[in-house]
Design a protein around this ligand. Structure first.
Ligand code: CUA
Length: 336
């Protein structure tokens, strides 16, 4: 599963048409690099073996054609010996190739599963149709942070993901940083990754999980430790109460609509847990799990007509008068 991950282009990325292009075959962390080395070794060795087999086949076919034209030969002890040597060498080469590939496979697996030397940051990711719930674990309950679809991590520090699902099987895949790992209901799968340098890395659900599987993207944003700490501190704060009248009206609209049944904005009475936490939705780069860049226009489209953007998504169509919608957009986009 993990091995295949590094080599294949993400279909969701190609089909999704996301403007955020990330070269998926360039590893951006030590574990991803180990995986990439492994896949390249397999690819190169297999290619060489294939070429040699094709070459041997071509030579055999040519010699057979020549022999058919020549008269029947009497057994030749020298030729027999040569054939035995060639077969012996071929068997030895096959054993050697299998041994090298198997040992490398074993060592790579060990390296990927090894316990990191440094205490990892633990992030619990739950797959939902069709978005990612992200919870930063901490021994202190007041430092547990819940967000969605955008995962910030500090550069250089191991990050351990605990993966589970709320419904069907999904697969967590951030190609630049690590191979795939499934998210399964009632199970906790582990995946550790390290980002070498700051950057924005596109992730994608890699297991068909229903109509909007292709629109189940995520972003991993690797930041310098100080920047990460600042981000985490800001995200831990509840939403600022709106100060201007438009945003105050927007908050009233949010709280009076069915939004609160599914979404939470910490610092307000809303406490829905069915959909993404919106406490700092304005700070995120995308909407609807990577389906749209986060702009007021896109947010308006997503609120009023989600079924055109993601048919089958659990976000219902909202009938909101235009003035209320403007206030709601100002409120939500201001939640940074
Ligand atoms: Cu979730 Cu595909």
């Amino acid at each position: 599963m993990r091995v295949a991950a590094a080599a294949l282009p993400p279909i969701g990325l190609l089909a999704g048409g996301c403007s955020l292009h990330v070269p998926v075959l360039q590893p951006q962390g030590p574990l991803a690099a180990r995986l990439a080395e492994h896949i390249w070794l397999f690819t190169i060795v297999s290619a060489v073996v294939w070429l040699l087999v094709m070459l041997a086949l071509a030579i055999a076919l040519l010699r057979r054609r020549r022999r058919q034209q020549a008269p029947e030969l009497t057994p030749d002890p020298d030729a027999e010996r040569r054939i035995h040597v060639v077969i012996g060498l071929a068997v030895a080469a096959t054993v050697l190739v299998l041994l090298v590939l198997n040992v490398n496979s074993y060592l790579t697996d060990r390296a990927l599963l090894s316990t990191p030397a440094e205490e990892p940051l633990t992030i619990h990711v739950t797959g939902h149709q069709w978005w990612w719930e992200v919870r930063y674990e901490d021994p202190r309950p007041d430092r547990v942070l819940t967000t969605a679809n955008e995962i910030h991590i500090p550069v250089g520090r191991p990050v351990r993901f605990k993966l589970t699902s709320a419904d069907v099987i999904h697969s967590f895949w951030v190609p630049s940083l690590m191979g795939k790992q499934d998210l399964v209901t009632g199970r906790e799968n582990l995946l550790t990754l390290i980002a070498d340098r700051p950057g924005v890395y596109r992730g994608q659900c890699a297991e068909f999980c229903g109509a909007q599987h292709a629109h189940m993207g995520l972003l991993v944003i690797a930041q310098l430790p100080a920047e990460f700490d600042a981000w985490q501190a800001a995200q831990l704060r509840p939403a600022e109460p709106p100060s201007d009248p438009l945003r105050q009206k927007g908050q009233q609209v949010f709280l009076s609509q069915p939004c609160t049944l599914c979404h939470q904005i910490r610092g307000t009475p809303s406490g829905g847990r069915v959909g993404p936490d919106l406490t700092h939705v304005g700070s995120r780069r995308t909407l609807a799990a990577g389906a749209l860049p986060n702009t007021p226009g896109n947010l308006a489209a997503w609120i009023t007509d989600p079924q055109t953007i993601k048919p089958g998504a659990h976000m219902p169509v909202m009938q909101i008068p235009s003035e209320d919608l403007q206030a709601l957009l100002a409120y939500l986009e201001g939640l940074e």
